[in-house]
Design a protein around this ligand. Structure first.
Ligand code: PLP
Length: 423
């Protein structure tokens, strides 16, 4: 039996209707921006394996750091114990995070980073004796698949089976061009009519919605409204963090700073699952008490896993090299040039670029669904041409590893242009 047949015997894949989905591709090997399947077919990983991999597959620098850590201290419980990799990682992150972020809490993935932020937001007010139970989120947001993260997410077919079982979340429109006032007004109305604890948002780019973008000035206004009403702000930087938008964090484009930040994905350079939620001192202080009941009773077995911390430290070092910063600029410039070339194509309705993220929307007759026919045709076309792109409905986006070569980028652009003619 080949790998695909063996896979079918026991494995259940994410976001997959196994009855109708195409068979998975068995990947044997990865190097830099390339992946190879079991038949040695080569693919360009144009979406950095769900946005986790900035520095390339099988990165030797990160692998060495992981090996060294694995053979020194692979793991130790973080309840009642600590270790140098977690401490150094915290110190290094403090150098690059907004100055108001003072405490870090480790977990395992983007969803748990969000789960922790929401729980802290709700318990913050509980600890102060205030009953605030509503979370504010954007329409079409995506914050993950655990229960609170799912409640905050607005992509309905991800969550419809669980309606009625969620914490209270109210939604406001995203302040995209032309919808700014609508968004500010909705936020004010929501605040007036609900006991709001926190506002969670994907800063500047809503990834899973199809790289929907909005301006920092508009987010600043929304955050200011929250601040004036003593509502906590949670920047979900799980996708945007560590360079994707051209700055280390999307939050770096803003004047206002959030009360909490959620980090994961590129944190470990796409190697080991790990996440961090960061907090202001004020948030931490609301849990700091003689009363044990005011503590944060949340934890995961692999909290602050030293091997993950070592991978994160190596990743941060890579991110901060001149070479990597130049890569961010280079990829952005290439995207902008491609945008210029393609934006007037008769099948393209809109294009957008921020940092290493490029997106274009293809004209459709009707509302193209998330996993609809056009999406599937495009996906299959890209795969057949050796490029891994996962369109969201009629939106094709690129989010490559930062180390991708110009030649590989051009191949991606060419395949997209080709798709506009043939699919
Ligand atoms: C903004 C954002 N938050 C949270 C998540 C969930 O992360 P994970 O899949 O690691 O649980 C994602 C995943 O794509 C995301 O894009």
């Amino acid at each position: 039996m080949n790998l695909i047949e063996r896979d079918r015997q026991y494995l259940w894949h994410p976001y997959t209707q196994h009855k109708t989905a195409a068979l998975p591709i068995a990947i044997k090997k990865g190097k830099d921006a390339l992946l190879w399947d079991e038949n040695n077919k080569e693919y360009i990983d144009a979406i950095a394996s769900w946005w986790v991999n900035p520095f390339g597959h099988s990165n030797v620098f990160i692998a060495d750091a992981i090996y060294k850590q694995l053979t020194t201290l692979e793991h130790v419980l973080f309840g009642g114990f600590t270790h140098e990799p977690a401490i150094v990682l915290a110190e290094k992150l403090m150098e690059i995070l907004p100055k108001n972020q003072q405490k870090l809490f480790f977990s395992d993935n983007g969803s748990t980073a969000v789960e922790v932020a929401i729980k802290v937001g709700l318990q913050y007010f509980f600890n102060k004796g205030e009953k605030r139970t509503t979370i504010i989120a954007f329409e079409n947001a995506f914050h993950g698949d655990t229960f609170a993260a799912m409640a905050a997410s607005g992509i309905s077919f991800y969550t419809q089976a669980f309606e009625g079982m969620f914490i209270d979340v109210v939604r406001i429109p995203v302040p995209t061009k032309g919808h700014e006032e609508e968004s500010y007004t909705a936020l004010k109305v929501v605040i007036k009519s609900n006991p709001c604890a926190a506002f969670i948002y994907e800063p500047l780019v809503q990834g899973a919605a199809g790289m929907v973008m909005y301006e920092p000035e508009t987010l600043d206004i929304l955050m200011l409204i929250c601040k004036e009403n003593n509502i906590l702000t949670i920047a979900d930087e799980v996708m945007t963090g560590f360079g994707k938008t051209g700055k280390t964090f999307a939050t770096d484009y803003l004047v206002q700073k959030p009360d909490m930040m959620c980090l994961s994905k590129a944190l470990t350079g796409g190697t080991i699952p790990m996440a961090i939620t960061t907090f202001t001192q004020d948030l931490f202080d609301a849990f700091y008490d003689d009363d044990i009941n005011k503590a944060l009773f949340h934890g995961h077995t692999f909290t602050a896993n030293p091997t993950g911390c070592a991978a994160a430290l190596a990743s941060l070092e890579l991110l901060q090299t001149n070479e990597m910063q130049e890569n961010l600029t280079r990829v952005n410039e290439k995207h902008l040039a491609f945008q210029k070339k393609i934006e007037n194509h008769s099948r393209v309705t809109t294009t957008r670029v921020l940092g290493v993220i490029f997106a274009l929307e293809i004209k459709t007759e009707s509302n193209e669904s998330y996993y609809g026919t056009l999406r599937n045709k495009l996906y299959n076309f890209f795969i057949a041409n050796g490029v891994i792109l996962r369109p969201v409905g009629n939106i094709v986006y690129i989010l490559p590893p930062y180390i991708i070569t110009n030649e590989q980028l051009h191949k991606i652009y060419d395949v997209i242009e080709d798709a506009l003619e043939k699919v």
